[in-house]
Design a protein around this ligand. Structure first.
Ligand code: DAH
Length: 358
């Protein structure tokens, strides 16, 4: 009996003193494991006489239960202590501002405008701006669209009521008036792009009353259509991120350019996905031409000294083509699900080296 008592004291003491769960497990194995001390005692029961077994059986089993219970209690105590220590060390200061999680996204239109700016900046173009409420003269007359010119009717213009002097302002119908403002304000040579909002009284799946254009203007002494073609080719390759592109300049008419052309790029729509630079389809992407001498004169430039080219292109359409969006109206619905799906991370700034559409 003394043996059992000292074993009991020893085991319970060790359990109480165990500092870690690993120590405790060690004790358990040594006492209750296959060749543990308590297991060894229990094994002796078989060889005892029935009288002895009656006395020792309950004693040995009692010891096993006591040790098991002590192990369970100590384990719970150690776990609670460990949790307390962890909670103390991981305490949160609720008075601190929460860490900033990235929120919001860059709208595809802003993204495409940034991509355009990056591409043209690399070609030496700076960005010019003009007002969205424009004079009739800047929006039309200076661009060789005099009053009564049929081209005015094609623009579905939002007119303001005439002011005291009888002058009508308009919501600009295109970004071309920025050409006029730039030529009046700065001395040539000039190389600018002008991205911005424009307005026309029109609305369906491919037209919205407000949309976006980017205008380009180059004025110099020996500028030709060859410069125009190279510039546009370089732009299309960079924008659609392809090495090769075939372009078609289709003769067209714009009052502010002469000659004028519309530009198509070769593409394929196989599998419903647009691929620029291959296939047998053509995609119209912009209008362009050599700046009409009348426009140069309206801007006080001598057409015998200065020539230039201009182009104008729908930004929304470019965004739809590049990023596969089908309904223009969704651009302006402010639907968070759409914005999360099509938006861009504000950390992915377009760069030519990193990929403009990164
Ligand atoms: N302003 C024209 C439009 O809104 C687009 C355009 C065509 C602009 C030819 C140009 C150009 O500068 O040369 O439809």
């Amino acid at each position: 009996m003394t043996d059992i008592q000292s074993l009991e004291t020893e085991l319970l003491g060790a359990i109480a003193a165990a500092g870690t769960l690993a120590d405790l497990e060690d004790i358990r194995v040594k006492a209750l494991g296959k060749s543990g001390s308590v297991t060894a005692l229990l094994k002796t029961l078989g060889s005892l006489s029935p009288e002895e077994r009656q006395v020792k059986g309950p004693r040995f089993n009692g010891l096993r239960e006591q040790v098991t219970a002590a192990l369970t209690d100590r384990k719970a105590a150690l776990e609670t202590a460990a949790l307390d220590a962890r909670l103390a060390s991981e305490r949160v200061d609720v008075t601190l501002n929460p860490p900033l999680a990235p929120r919001g996204s860059i709208h595809p239109i802003s993204q495409v405008m940034d991509e355009l700016t990056e591409i043209f900046a690399d070609l030496g173009f700076s960005v010019a701006e003009g007002p969205e409420i424009e004079t009739d003269w800047h929006n039309f007359t200076a661009l060789n669209i005099p009053p009564e010119h049929p081209a005015r009717a094609m623009h579905d213009t939002f007119y303001f009521p005439p002011d005291d002097k009888g002058e009508r302002h308009v919501l600009r119908t295109h970004t071309s008036p920025v050409q006029v403002r730039t030529m009046l304000e700065s001395k040539p040579p000039l190389r600018i792009i002008a991205p911005g909002r424009v307005y026309r009284c029109d609305s369906d799946a491919t037209h919205t009353p407000m949309f976006h254009q980017v205008e380009g203007l180059v004025i110099g002494r020996d500028i030709t259509m060859a410069h125009l073609k190279w510039t546009l080719e370089t732009f299309v390759k960079a924008f659609f991120e392809v090495d090769h592109v075939t372009m078609r300049l289709r003769p067209s008419y714009f009052p502010f350019t002469e000659p004028s052309a519309e530009v198509d790029v070769q593409c394929s729509w196989s599998g419903g996905e647009l691929k620029v630079g291959e296939g047998s389809d053509w995609l119209e992407i912009l209008g362009c031409g050599m700046v009409n001498p009348h426009v140069l004169e309206a801007c006080n430039l001598d057409p015998d000294e200065w020539q230039g080219f201009a182009f104008g292109c729908g930004v929304d359409r470019l965004a739809m083509l590049k990023y596969g969006m089908t309904d223009l109206r969704a651009f302006f619905d402010a639907d968070l699900r759409w914005l999360r799906h099509y938006g861009f991370s504000f950390l992915d700034v377009p760069t030519l080296s990193g990929g403009v559409g990164a």
